[in-house]
Design a protein around this ligand. Structure first.
Ligand SMILES: NC(=O)c1ccc[n+]([C@@H]2O[C@H](COP(=O)([O-])OP(=O)(O)OC[C@H]3O[C@@H](n4cnc5c(N)ncnc54)[C@H](OP(=O)(O)O)[C@@H]3O)[C@@H](O)[C@H]2O)c1
Length: 340
């Protein structure tokens, strides 16, 4: 069994939290999960099952899981003090979750934000100034397949900003099959991921699984327009986004606009995903929950405005996905609404 630097605590036992926390536990780490009562009930009854697009299946029995409805009290150096927290809540829940962590955990506890968007680590740090918040990035897609069961439907990596607290965890992440790539500055990686996440509102509005949506050229044209606006805003600020997908960021809009037959060839690697994979924003819309649109398109709109630019397609998506029921639209309807 691998030696780990201590316990990990998952704050937000959902798709990312259960997936990453479950894999770390399967690799030998001690993991505590903090989640909502309904999720914990399923885990207590059924255990935690993780599957992936490779056909790999991991099961952790109910008795092996340490589940909490609230952040467990821990004192500095105490046996239950986590050596690493994985912050895995949606953007809208970040401030509250970070404040709760700060209330119950010793000052200086490292908190790795495994959230999408750019601003979550800063929001968490502001709500919990005594903790050490570290930006992270999850490059793959996980959905809840059934109670207690999460499925990883795409490939992708795990990355974080280099921090001394993470060094000792690298062998555990590697052993879990989720090697953690460290970057001196994660911002370009976060922006590279955000460009990909601009597909989330398109996917959510289309109501289609990711693969079918990506094979619809009208929907790809909408995504290309969202990315174009983001690239213009980034260029205006001198920010060079990192390559997170198979194409360099600046070539993504061009690639997305290709005819279907050519796109299938160029994007062969990216299309290697489950037929049923969907974005987490599609899940949120399906369940009537607030979306993370402000952390994605909203971030682009703000960046553009700060440079004296406009990002009208991102503005439109931001408004639409902020509605309680955004509805469904075909690619043609979206193009017409956006005048593309
Ligand atoms: N899913 C993916 O494929 C994926 C991939 C890359 C990145 N991400 C990012 O990862 C983050 C998490 O996404 P997710 O899909 O894992 O979300 P999720 O499945 O909704 O999981 C988050 C869980 O945390 C719970 N939660 C929120 N506040 C809490 C609190 N104070 N105490 C206990 N539990 C709390 C949520 O409950 P409520 O719903 O009741 O609030 C939910 O059950 C997001 O920023 C997302 O963009 C997701």
């Amino acid at each position: 069994m691998i030696r780990t630097p201590g316990q990990a605590l998952v704050m937000g036992a959902g798709a990312v939290g259960c997936w990453v926390g479950g894999r770390l536990q399967a690799a030998g780490a001690q993991v505590q999960f903090v989640g909502r009562p309904s999720v914990l009930e399923d885990l207590r009854l059924l255990g935690l099952t993780l599957t992936d697009l490779d056909g790999r299946r991991t099961h952790l029995a109910p008795a092996a899981l340490r589940l909490h409805a609230e952040v467990p009290e821990a004192s500095r150096g105490g046996p239950d003090a986590p050596a690493l927290v994985l912050l895995c809540v949606k953007s809208g829940a970040t401030a509250e979750a970070a404040a709760l962590l700060s209330l119950h955990l010793p000052p200086g506890t490292p908190v790795l934000s495994l959230q999408n968007g750019i601003g979550n680590p800063a929001v968490a740090a502001a709500a919990a100034p005594a903790l050490q918040v570290i930006p992270g990035m999850v490059g793959f897609n996980v959905v809840r397949a059934s109670p207690g069961h999460w499925h990883r439907g795409t490939w992708g990596t795990l990355a974080a900003e280099a921090h001394p607290a993470l060094q000792a965890w690298l062998p555990t992440f590697a052993a879990s099959g989720l090697p953690l790539a460290l970057h001196a500055d994660l911002r370009p990686v976060q922006w590279g991921k955000l460009l990909l996440n601009l597909n989330n509102p398109v996917n959510a509005l289309s109501g289609l699984p990711l693969k079918r949506q990506l094979l619809d050229r009208d929907l790809r044209i909408v995504m290309a327009a969202l990315i174009d606006e983001a690239l213009a805003a980034l260029a205006a600020h001198g920010i060079e986004p990192a390559q997170v997908a198979s194409l360099p960021p600046r070539r993504m809009p061009q690639g997305l606009r290709l005819p279907n037959w050519l796109f299938r060839i160029v994007a062969r690697k990216s299309l290697n995903m489950d037929d049923q994979a969907r974005t987490s924003m599609a899940e949120d819309v399906a369940r009537g929950r607030p979306t993370e649109i402000d952390a994605l398109c909203g971030e682009v709109v703000r960046l553009a405005r700060a440079a004296g630019l406009r990002a009208p397609c991102n503005e439109w998506m931001q408004e639409r996905l902020s509605r309680p029921t955004p509805g469904r639209m075909s690619g043609r309807e979206m193009r017409a609404a956006l005048r593309l």
